[in-house]
Design a protein around this ligand. Sequence first.
Ligand code: ACO
Length: 372
Amino acid sequence: MTDLPTTPADNRPYSPGLEGIIAGESSLSYIDGERGRLLYRGYPIGELVKGGSYPAVAELLWTGEWNPGAKLPCEPVSPTVLTALRALPRDARPMDALRTAVSVWGAERNPSWPATAEQARSLTASSPSALAAFARIRQGLEPVAPDPELDLVPGFLYQLNGERPSDESARALDAYFIVGAEHGFNASTFTARVISSTRSDIAAAVAGAIGAMKGPLHGGAPSEVVEQIHEVGSPDRAEAWVREQIANGTRLMGFGHRVYRAYDPRAAALRQVAESMERKPDWLALAIAVEDVALRVLAEKHPDRPLKTNVEYYAAPVLMGVGLTPDLFPAAFALARHAGWTAHAIEQGAANRLIRPDVRYIGPAERHLPGA
Ligand code: ACO
């Protein structure tokens, strides 16, 4: 009997979940997790929320130029996209409908590689129309054509509800879109970069990114925040409820982050927006009370790993305040992140290297089928 070769020990560094690993270079955003800072191309997120608009921020990401007057009205959905959306089951998840619409957009346009700002603008302006169309179709309503006079965010709300939104709603959702636009090498953006690195097109990159964002550890949290707050019911139950969740090993949605150890600056910006809204949900005060308790209990349970509020916590009251139903929250996040995903597709294409890491093999040593 001959000696079988064994697999040699692989002692190269390995970090589960790629935590702490630098897997690329980008000039799009800077995250300072320790101090809770987020910059898009050098500009602090709080300044962009106060002085910018989503189209201006998207242009900044795509081109590097700051043009506060930039406009990006929604584009109409093509008949083929509409046919695909009408063919879906009415109870399909909005994220799946959006991913389908992006795929069909790609099949029709067949965009070339490398990705361009023109492609990014068109896809980013088409997806809100597709999501709004699906949201109406599933209710048995006819889609509404975009109003070319409205910019992207009010234009999305218009197509969703069939009437022009108030300035307050448009501004609140615009703030949400700005804070959701870009965030480094998170799971969905990394997915978009991997796909772009194979010289696949911008629609494939965004469709894949939507798939990654669909999971509750990434983009599915805000709707669960609403459920959790309703479960608490009243401020006097907050302490017992939080302790019970932690004791059961249930994660509190809207808390913790892979990168932030400080309060997520996006949560801070959205909390201000939520508190200043006239039509804020009546459970916002309860959410603030639950947050105080949760931060205290999480600090007690994890003294060495600061777990603070993340963007999803205050995304929930803002999205609800502008009239979105919780099942649309993840897809709204995906619309906002189009700017970042497509900017990363452009950046990857501009200095491409196929992303193909190694894996440590932990399976059986070489063996043979009987009789071989
Ligand atoms: N509630 C309770 N405990 C938590 C939470 C939470 N929200 N988040 C982390 N922990 C605990 C973990 O149980 C773990 O405890 P242990 O060491 O005793 O096992 C410890 O803190 C470290 O957690 P990790 O899983 O290592 O943290 P990781 O970086 O992998 O997770 C994540 C980050 C996924 C966001 C996590 O904090 C979480 O699940 N949060 C809730 C979901 C959520 O809010 N997602 C939205 C994120 S923001 C975004 O994607 C835009």
